[in-house]
Structures are given as C-alpha cells and as structure tokens.
Design a binder for this molecule. Structure first.
Ligand SMILES: [Zn+2]
Length: 202
C-alpha cells in the first residue's frame, strides 16, 4: 500500500530558496501578532521559519511503507514478540500547528519475516513528520507495519504532550495523551494481548 497523501512532485529541498509568497505568509503572520517584521532580528525569520516547516513536514515526501521493503527471514528460530520501546518523536497537530512531543512503543509478533529495528522508527517518523492528530498517527503506524510485514500481531502505543494544550488554551502542563492500536493476535487473543501489554509496560 502506498501511504503518500499527495504526489511527490515537486519536491522542495530544505536548501532551496523559499518562494516569495511563502516568505510573505510568515511575514504577514509576524505582523499580525504585533511584531515589526522589518526589525533586524526578524529579517531572515520568514525564510528560516519556512525551511523549518518544510523539515517538520518532511514526511509528505516519503512513503513510510518503503522502509519495510527489506526484510529478513533468517531469524534463528526466534518466534516471539519484537518490541521497540520509547522511541522519541515529534509531530505537529493539524488543528493548531502546535508541536506534539512524545514517545512511541512498537511491538510485533513476526510471521515469517523480521525487519531491521531502525526501520520501525523510520516508519514512525515518516508519519509523524506530517500534520497529525495522535489517534491517526497511532493507527497509521500500526496499519503500515501490518501491511508491510504481514506479522501475526502489531501493537503501537503512543504517549505525547500536545503544545496546543500545554502552551495555549487551558495551559495544562505535564498532561500526556496515550493512544494505542492493536492488530491481529494482539487484538483478538487475550493471552497475546496481556503478554504484549506487560512488555510495553516494562
Ligand atoms: Zn492542536
């Protein structure tokens, strides 16, 4: 399955010149919040901020599923859960463009193949580097691994703090949101489910 949400072209590179209309948009924003965009310290901010946003949203320029293309069948008889716990990530909420900062734990029960563990983190970042809501991010990571590896089970648990809640609005610090998605045996089999939950808790 292809997880691109739009065509890959044209691909802007972070080093490319920022189009004038994009710089103008950031300039307008700076002015609108009450600043002077011509102040010396802000002179290069529109272009710099635009490049930063291109980096925050670099996931649109990749298909996260492609990281799972190379798998290994040689597992030395290992047929138990593989878990990557506490992978740090950052994303941005699609409602406020505010940062989402957290960690994800990804587990799967292999079918016939396993994948290099760094690839699971790459799948996470491919979806996190987009405008997101945490629920969809969790579901997309789980589904991508399910489709790409054909494992017997997948579990994804994400815990994150949302800038739109901690830095604005109710300004509630220290509150994190937890979402989880279980597929295959982790969803359907009570024994597998409690085993993976115990591993996820550490
Ligand atoms: Zn938000």
């Amino acid at each position: 399955m292809n997880y691109m949400t739009r065509a890959i072209l044209p691909v802007p590179a972070v080093k490319d010149a920022v189009p004038p209309e994009v710089q103008r948009a950031f300039r307008t924003l700076i002015q609108w919040v009450g600043e002077d965009p011509d102040r010396e310290g802000l002179a290069d901010t529109p272009a710099r901020a635009a490049r930063a946003w291109l980096e925050y949203c670099s996931g649109y320029q990749e298909d996260p599923g492609s990281h799972l293309a190379r798998t290994f069948a040689e597992v030395g008889g290992y047929d138990d859960i593989v878990l990557l716990r506490g992978i740090p990530f950052q994303s941005h909420c699609e409602h406020h463009l505010a940062p989402i900062i957290g960690t994800a734990s990804i587990a799967y029960l292999p079918g016939t193949e396993v994948v290099g563990i760094s690839k699971l983190a790459r799948v996470l970042h491919g979806f996190a580097n987009r405008l997101q809501i945490q629920e969809r991010l969790t579901a997309q990571v789980a589904q991508c691994i399910w489709d790409g590896l054909r494992p017997r089970g997948v579990a994804v648990v994400i815990e994150a703090q949302h800038g739109c809640m901690t830095a604005r609005g109710v300004k509630t610090h220290g509150v994190s949101m937890v979402t989880s998605r279980m597929l295959g045996c982790f969803r359907d089999d009570a024994g597998s489910r409690s085993e993976v939950l115990a591993l996820l808790r550490g």
